[in-house]
Design a protein around this ligand. Structure first.
Ligand SMILES: [Zn+2]
Length: 294
């Protein structure tokens, strides 16, 4: 199946970046020659998408990397370092009187860290087990943004959600409406210019990286373009989440999950220098954006 016009620029000229996509036989990944947007085609229909997130999501994630899914409690505990990583990066953007919202708040591990620094926190999480766990920890969490009525917030967080949205410009517009005057949208997405996908050319990485649930694969440039199209001004920042051990294990064994393996050998200074080198060239794994209404 040939690819449709580019979502962002309507361009018809694309190159094929990937023909093998995790859990999506028949779909390919294309890069627009006009605006450089990287997108999956074909994607799930709205009905398939709904069923996928309701019924298949936990199994899908268990087949990938990261801490496995055992129970909401083990998820909450194993994601503590991730909550702390986020908090360290967003502290400069927080005010003590802020009301904060997180889209896709899972078991609430980040909101739990965040609530010590802002006035109040609210989460949106469709998965009932995860949501109930967050509520049991005293974290207000709803299943859908619609349940929030007309409520607005000072800061809205979205970690690894924008790459899943079929109409990201519209979603960004909807979130913009939920910002109070002076409000900020703080987002992270995977960076398609990741060194593992580009310069290192690890054979097993691309078929792992391209995946059914990621409709768009953003760069610094294309993520900013999406947010600007929605009437936001944004600051984009390079972030490196995975360490040197993770990269070496990809090279040695062609698989994920190597984070921390050589931590006895690699000093914090070495890790920091490696991450800085990747970030300086935008070969890091994550794009962070802080966006405000234009
Ligand atoms: Zn384009």
């Amino acid at each position: 199946m040939s690819a449709p016009a580019c979502y962002l620029c309507r361009g018809q000229e694309h190159e094929t970046l990937g023909a093998e996509v995790f859990q999506a036989p028949g779909s390919k990944v294309y890069k627009c020659r006009g605006c450089e947007l990287v997108f999956l085609h074909p994607i799930m229909t709205p009905g398939e998408e709904k069923a996928f997130y309701q019924a298949d999501w936990d199994k899908y994630m268990a087949g990938r990397s990261g801490p496995g899914w055992k129970s909401p409690e083990s998820h909450f505990v194993s994601y503590q370092p991730e909550g702390e990583r986020r908090l360290a990066l967003v502290r400069p953007y927080l005010k003590a009187d802020d009301s904060a919202l997180e889209i896709g708040s899972a078991t609430g591990y980040f909101l739990d860290d965040l609530r010590g620094y802002v006035r109040e926190v609210t989460g949106v999480e469709p998965n009932p087990l995860q949501r109930e766990h967050a509520v049991s920890r005293g974290l207000k969490t709803v299943s859908d943004v619609a349940e929030l009525g007309e409520r607005t917030f000072d800061v809205i967080f979205g970690y690894y959600v924008f790459e899943h949205f079929r109409d990201p410009v519209q979603t960004a517009k909807d979130l913009k409406k939920r910002l109070k005057p002076g409000g900020r949208l703080v987002l992270e997405v995977p960076n398609v210019d990741d060194v593992l996908l580009g310069p290192y050319r690890i054979p097993a990485f691309a078929p792992f990286y391209w995946q059914k649930a990621h409709y768009f694969n953003y760069s610094q440039k294309t993520f900013a373009a999406v947010l600007e199209r929605a009437g936001l001004t944004c600051e984009v920042l390079p972030v490196q989440r995975y360490d040197l051990s993770n990269h070496m294990v990809w090279m040695m064994e062609q698989k994920p999950g190597g984070a921390g393996r050589f931590k006895e050998l690699f000093t914090p200074a070495l890790e920091a220098a490696y991450a800085d080198a990747l970030k300086a060239r935008w070969r890091c794994d994550t794009v962070m954006a802080v966006a405000r209404a234009a």
